[in-house]
Design a protein around this ligand. Sequence first.
Ligand code: KIV
Length: 272
Amino acid sequence: MSQHHEVAGHVTTRSLRQMKVDGEKIASLTAYDASFARVLDEAGIDFILVGDSLGMVVQGHTTTIPVTMDEMVYHTRLVSRGIKRALLMADMPFMSYASGEACLRNAARLMKEGGAEMVKLEWGELEIDMVARLTECGIPVCAHLGLTPQAVHKFGGYRVQGREEAAARKMKEDALALEQAGADVLLLECVPTALAAEITAAAAVPVIGIGAGPQVDGQILVLYDILDIAPGKRTRFSKNYMVGADSIHVAIGNYVREVKTVSFPAAEHAFT
Ligand code: KIV
């Protein structure tokens, strides 16, 4: 068992759900190593995601697709060593959950070898079935909908999802079906504010947004984006927290405070 499981006040699936009930916003960021994980943990981040975005911001690829299972396990293990309070979520990389057997085996690796407490899958036609199988095995799951970066080539680029009425209806139905199948958290990426608010109101589980406006239960961003060290142009929904901060600790603290007080995201970070 990882050390962080034994600390009093450690965030759990139950506490995330309670935060939704209490109306307390959930603040989350990605991390890929123990040192940053410790800084985030000490700043009061509620859950840390070892995102497959590491393929882009750590490894220098142009998509998340090349990231392997071994790499995800390695980075998850590093992050687990820096955490005391935050819940640890890890991404299942591209094609690691394409069959039931692979999905269970790979999720188990993230938990047993990496110390993850929840795994995240991106939406696809198979996802409801996979969420149900993981749930049957007692594995907590976050279901990622909207712009799912592993499907970038299918989408033909990184674009806002759910703008048309039929697509919005389908996303809401999928979100509720995923919750029904056992998802503990829903994550919406690049979704119009009104649709994200509707899904959040309809779901009993916490809904976390990235580019989904302020009316969700919490926010997540890519750490390297908010520190302004990610390659390329910063995405519209992110914010450079190094502006006006004299250290990384202050920048992360400001992000947590702005999420908790709903000062972030502002209208300029959201989509209609
Ligand atoms: O991989 C990642 O960092 C993610 C976030 C963008 C939510 O999935």
